[in-house]
Structure formats: C-alpha cells, structure tokens
Design a protein around this ligand. Structure first.
Ligand code: NDP
Length: 517
C-alpha cells in the first residue's frame, strides 16, 4: 500500500519510490548521487520586509458607486494570512442585491459620465491611477504577500510593476483605438462583469480593468474570496484619482456572488479567469444571451528541453516555470519533457537546485516559495501528489523543514510519470512538477499537445530553426523559447481548447471590450 505523503511528513521525505516505500537514501546513496552538504551554512540571515506601517481595516465593505458601502446581506467572512493562519480582516459578502446595485451604478456611470468622455480624458485617469499605484507599490506588495502568501520579492518585483505597467499601457491606447482597428469604428460595450482568481489578485484586476476602461466601458469586479483586500485598496486609489463614481465597482464574496454577476441581465460583457470547471458553468449560463465572453482557464503546460539546450539555463527555466508563485500559475510549466540523452543530467541538476530553494515567510526578501494560498488548495495538492505516488511515479522532495503554522508545500517533482497519470493530466496548481522523457521532436510535439488544455508551453534548444518548427506545431496560446513565465502588458495572453478563448494584453486585449462597425 502506498504511503500517503502529507504536507507535514513531506518536509522530511526524501524519495518516495514507485511502490510507495519511503527510501531513506542517507546510508545507501550511490556514488554518482553523492553531493556536498553544507548544512545550515547555506542559510541566509532573515531579511524581513516590515509590515508595521500597514493599516488593514478590521472590516472591508463593498465599493459601489464610488463609496464603501455595507453589504445588503449584512454578512462578512474572514480573510486569513495563509502563512500564519491568523485573521487579517473581515470581507463583505455581496449578494445578488449588492451585485444589482453595482451593475446599476456601472450602467449609470456608463450613460452619464464615462461613456461620454473622450479617449484622451479616459487616458488621463488611467495614467493617474498608474502613477498612484506606483506611489503605493511597496504597501500594496506587502498586503498582497500577507493576504495571498506569495513571496515579497515576487509581489514587489513582478506583480506590482506589472499592475502599474498595465494601466500605463492601456492609458496609451485610450485615445488611439482607431489605430488598433484600422478602417473600423470601435465602440464600448457597456458594463463589464469581471471575475478574478486568487493567484495574482491585483495583477488580474489590472488585466481586466485597464483595457475595459480604456475602451470606455464601466466595470463590476468580483475578486476571489481568499484575496480581496488589495482590490479594495485599489478602490481607494480610484477615489484618490477622482475616477467618476460608478466607473469601477467591487463586489466581494464567494462563488454565489460571482454567479449573480454572471446571471445579471444588465451586464454586457463577462471576463473570467479561474478554473476550467467554473468557466464551463459560466459558458452554459451565458449561452443564448447577448453577453460577450472571454475565458482564461486552466493549463498543463509542456516545458520541452532538447539535448542541445543550454542545460543550466534550462534548469533555471524549469524552476521559474513551476515554482514561481508556489506553482499557483495557470501557465506554469507543470509537465516537463526532457530529451532522453540529457535526462539523468537534468534530473541531477534539478534535484540539487530545488534543495537550494528557500520555503517560508513570504515577507522575507530571501524567500523563494511562500505559503500555499488556502487550506483547500493545500489539500488539493496533497491529494494529487498522493495519487501520483499511488499510480507509481517517484516523488523527489528536498529534505527541508516547513514552518509549523500556515499552509506549506515543499518544491517537488515526479519522475517515472506516464501520460495517463492524474499528475500528468490535471492542473495541480502547486509547486509540483511531472517529468517525462521523449526521443524525437515529433514525439515531443505529440506528447506536449496530448492534453485538453492549450494555454502555454516552453521550448529549450540552441537551434532557432527548431524553435520555429516546434512553436508552430504546439497548440498553446503562449510559447516561450529559452525562457519561461515572462509577462509584458504589450503581449497578448490566452488559450486554446479547455484553456479558454479570447486574449488579454497587447492590442489584442482591446478587442473583447469593443464592438466594431
Ligand atoms: P474558481 O474557478 O472557483 O475561482 C475563480 C473565481 O471565480 C473566484 O473569484 C471564484 O470566487 C469565482 N467563482 C466560483 N464559482 C463561481 C460561479 N459559479 N460563477 C461565477 N464565479 C464563480 O477557482 P478556485 O479558486 O476554486 O480554484 C480551483 C482550482 O482552479 C485550482 O485548484 C486551480 O487548479 C484552478 N485555478 C486556475 C486558475 C487559473 O488562472 N487558470 C486560477 C485559480 C484557480 P471564490 O474565490 O469566492 O470561490
């Protein structure tokens, strides 16, 4: 019977073999697998980012028509810091009546203010918002890490700069929409309902709001239940920027709040990022209505390493591909395909590299892997890892100790994975990689495309011609070559197949928010 690898005992587990037995490799390490151990001499001194100046409200209300208002439901739910399991604040639970209030406010703003403004004026507001985000960037990054568990070096150096960049970028488009659609006349759609997930809370808000506003729409945003706080601080920025009332409304709550938004008859456009399962439900709810829809759903990306790749760089690409943001990334390179000739070499380097990753306090500037976003997500990761072990794959985890409180999972990878394993098919959405091999480019393409998803992929080789050949045959919306997880507001992002449809980012990201005549 296979041993269940839990988040606690996995901290000390070394290799769980296909038959489920845990092998303590210390006394019997093969010569070629032996390596130097520096013990705790590798440790960095703590470098905590201060959060003493952060002032969270004990309770966050809904943001409707330019004001913070209490929810009609009268209910609030707790927002937890996943690294400490401590309550950070209470968040209003919006119900269908709150959603209706928000949609009415957005409709009024569309008809009386925002819809009548010139692109040039809209652009000025967006620039102002972008600058205010930059001014409060550090504070927002700290709150993002406290509320969501992501390492401060990511929220500070990746999320927040990209949030500001999205507003700057779409501010630039606001008065140039005619150039995006030559010979056509773009018109806004009206009220956009936007539902976002918990993995990049502010960044997803920016991806949704900035293009919608640039095109002249007004918005009702539904953040994810576990990560609503930064969206409400963004609402304060909208107030400070004197954005006209009702142009952006934020209704917090759980899945039912999102459903009320999806089903509201006065919403003209819906944009959703999240799981494929909920995406399908939304698709069914919208069928037969006039609502325009874009869906950015799950992924199970192939990261393909050819023998001629620069292996050290490729290993860094594998690391950032799967362990960035604890693997809570829809485009994570979660299926690694390594050409057979370099497989042992890559695995050895990967094993060494993951043992240098620091897991722990998200507010420590040296932390590489922060907390898992919620207990629910941690349970899902453990469940899928258990299934991998049960189905015969070999689990590799570094021998590290995880903090006692909070939700944690060590960086992990599986070898001996076959295409039929659940860990090769399903989105784990955690720091867990499934490694497989291939012999020829044709086999790599076939195996990479053998998934219901089609969001992203990576290719590592020193031959430009091979990159072009492979990239054109991969059914993925984004393909990175000799790099991974690079994002830029000018670059479109989106999927094929069960990863959804429609593009966000770049000039392509304007299209879902306009009608063309
Ligand atoms: P969901 O798809 O449930 O959540 C995404 C957003 O949709 C949240 O704001 C959620 O609200 C809302 N929502 C939930 N149900 C409905 C509904 N019926 N109608 C409208 N909106 C709804 O993702 P989960 O948070 O449950 O994560 C589950 C799995 O989904 C993860 O394990 C991961 O595999 C995948 N996922 C993929 C993401 C991606 O970017 N591709 C992002 C997040 C998750 P609330 O948070 O309150 O439930």
């Amino acid at each position: 019977m296979a041993k269940r690898t839990t988040r606690r005992d996995s901290a000390l587990a070394v290799v769980v073999q296909g038959n489920g037995d845990v092998a303590d490799n210390r006394p019997s390490v093969a010569l070629q697998d032996r390596r130097l151990s520096f013990g705790d001499k590798w440790n960095y001194a703590p470098a905590p980012e201060s959060n003493s100046y952060i002032k969270l409200k004990p309770r966050y209300s809904l943001f409707i028509n330019g004001k913070f208002v209490t929810p009609r439901s009268g209910k609030y739910f707790d927002s937890i810091n996943p690294a400490t399991e401590e309550k950070l604040s209470e968040i209003a639970e919006g119900n269908a009546r709150d959603v209706d209030r928000a949609v009415q406010a957005a409709r009024r703003a569309y008809q009386t203010s925002w819809g009548n403004l010139s692109g040039r004026e809209r652009g000025k507001y967006l620039y102002r918002i972008a600058r205010l985000i930059q001014e409060r960037s550090r504070e927002l990054a700290v709150i993002e890490s406290m509320d969501g568990g992501k390492p401060i070096k990511e929220s500070r150096d990746i999320d927040l700069p990209l949030v500001a960049a999205h507003f700057f970028y779409y501010a630039g488009w606001a008065d140039k929409l005619g150039y995006a659609f030559p010979g056509r006349t773009p018109r806004p759609l009206g009220v956009a309902g936007q539902i976002i997930p918990w993995n990049f809370p502010l960044l997803m808000a920016a991806w949704k709001l900035a293009p919608a506003l640039a095109c002249g729409n007004t918005c009702v945003l539904k953040p994810a239940e576990t990560t609503s706080i930064t969206a409400l601080h963004l609402a304060e920025i909208f107030q400070e920027a004197e954005l006209p009332d009702g142009v952006v409304n934020i209704v917090t709550g759980a899945g039912d709040t999102g459903r009320a938004l999806v089903e509201h008859p006065k919403v003209d456009k819906l944009a959703f990022t999240g799981s494929t399962e909920v995406g399908k439900r939304i698709l069914r709810a919208v069928a037969g209505t006039k609502k325009k829809l874009t869906l950015e759903l799950g992924g199970k990306a192939a990261n393909i390493i050819f023998e001629d790749a620069a292996i050290d760089q490729a290993v860094e690409g594998i690391i950032s591909g799967i362990y960035f943001n604890q693997g809570h990334v829809c485009c994570a390179g979660s299926r690694l395909f390594v050409q057979e000739g370099v497989f042992p070499h890559v695995i050895r380097k990967l094993r060494d590299r993951i043992s240098t990753l620091r897991v722990g306090d998200p507010l420590d500037k040296n932390t590489d892997i922060g907390a898992i976003n919620s207990r629910m997500q941690l349970d899902k990761i453990c469940q899928l890892v258990d299934s991998g072990v049960r189905q015969g794959a070999e689990l590799v985890q570094p021998p590290l100790r995880l903090p006692k409180k909070g939700y944690w999972y060590p960086p992990s990878f599986f070898t001996g994975v076959t295409a039929s394993h659940r860990i090769a098919q399903e989105e784990i959405f955690g720091p867990v990689l499934s490694v497989m091999t291939f012999r020829t480019p044709e086999e790599a393409i076939e195996r990479a495309n053998n998934t219901p998803y089609g969001l992203s992929a990576g290719v590592w080789t020193d031959k430009g011609s091979k990159i072009f050949k492979i990239v054109n045959k991969l059914r993925a919306g984004v393909v990175w070559a000799n790099t991974y997880n690079k994002f830029d507001p000018t670059s479109p992002f989106g999927g094929y197949k069960e990863s959804g449809f429609g593009r966000e980012g770049g000039a392509h990201g304007l299209l879902p928010y306009v009608s063309l005549t």
